[in-house]
Design a protein around this ligand. Structure first.
Ligand code: ADP
Ligand code: MG
Length: 286
């Protein structure tokens, strides 16, 4: 898989005008840029700039992201336009998603309506079901890595495949990566069960749905305890849904099952009655 060399072109600076900074994460800074020949705006992930300021760049993770993104074609996944390699910089030119991170949208609105949450969850599910069918899992799903379009209501596009991994190759998944708040317990505790690797994304989506609805984390946490004990003893705070016994709660419960083999896969999740309740099944934007 992914052995075909991604076409690497030179001349980022001759082809693009660099614009404002859009955001940054653990590995990279992302800027707006305009393709001069077409006037089209894109987002560019500039890798070497970080190396210059001393942040460790994981070349393996980067190459993985390029290989993964090159293979993917889905309306709810950020598209890769081209990769430009300059002497000390690698530029991933991607589709520009202009509505900001889901994280900011949640914080700004103080929690989304159930209808809007359901719509975004369904789009993420479609994207994840697609990548799982390609033998890939994302492994770093969180509201910072879900981007929104400017449409109202907004559409979701999954970004940041820096930690994504082809599922069959299990060695890397055993290394603990990702962000504990959204990370499935089995990954933190013992490395995922290879048969159920894609269920790490199910868990993360469960946490994201909870966060969208409540603007808070589902976990009752004792910050004093070491990470392992915090995760082993993890309890989910269902009190915000005490009087709200509905499909969205059963959806979250099915995703936030500690046992990966019992946890709902995101392909099966597409058939959940919650999505039927909001008439999303079979719905496709565009
Ligand atoms: P990292 O691996 O460093 O976390 P990301 O790919 O998550 O890098 O990008 C960091 C941030 O840059 C994102 O959280 C988002 O705010 C912004 N960003 C990334 N890709 C795009 C894009 N295609 N369009 C708009 N903003 C983006
Ligand atoms: Mg990120």
């Amino acid at each position: 898989y992914g052995n075909e060399e991604t076409s690497r072109r030179q001349g980022f600076w001759s082809k693009y005008d660099m614009g404002d900074r859009l955001g940054s994460g653990a590995f990279a800074t992302v800027y707006k840029c305009m393709e001069v020949s077409t006037g089209t705006w894109y987002a560019v992930k500039d890798i070497a700039r970080n190396r210059a300021i001393g942040v460790h760049v994981n070349e393996g993770a980067l190459m993985r992201e390029i290989n993964v993104l090159t293979r993917l074609d889905h309306q709810n996944i950020v598209r890769l336009h081209e990769v430009c390699e300059e002497e000390n910089n690698l530029y991933l030119v991607m589709e520009l998603v202009e509505g900001g991170e889901l994280l900011h949208y949640i914080l700004q609105s103080g929690g989304l309506s159930e209808g809007e949450t359901c719509r975004i969850a369904y789009q993420i599910c479609q994207a994840m079901s697609y990548i799982h069918s390609q033998g890939i899992c994302h492994r770093d799903l969180k509201p910072e890595n879900i981007l929104l379009t400017r449409d109202r209501p907004p559409n979701a596009k999954v970004a940041d495949f820096g930690l994504a991994k082809v599922v069959e190759d299990d060695t890397f998944l055993k290394t603990m990566c990702g962000t504990p708040a959204y990370l499935a317990p089995e990954v933190v505790l013992r490395g995922p069960d290879n048969r159920y690797n894609d269920r790490v994304d199910s868990w993360s989506l469960g946490v994201i749905v909870y966060a969208m609805l409540t603007n808070s984390s589902p976990f009752i946490e004792n910050e004093e305890l070491p990470l392992r004990e915090r995760i082993e003893g993890r309890k989910i705070n269902w009190t915000p849904f005490h009087y709200h016994d509905s499909y969205c709660v059963s959806f979250m419960r099915a995703l936030l099952d500690t046992e990966p083999s019992a946890r709902l896969s995101l392909t099966d999740a597409l058939q959940h009655p919650w999505f039927r309740q909001f008439r999303l099944t079979g719905d496709n934007e565009d």
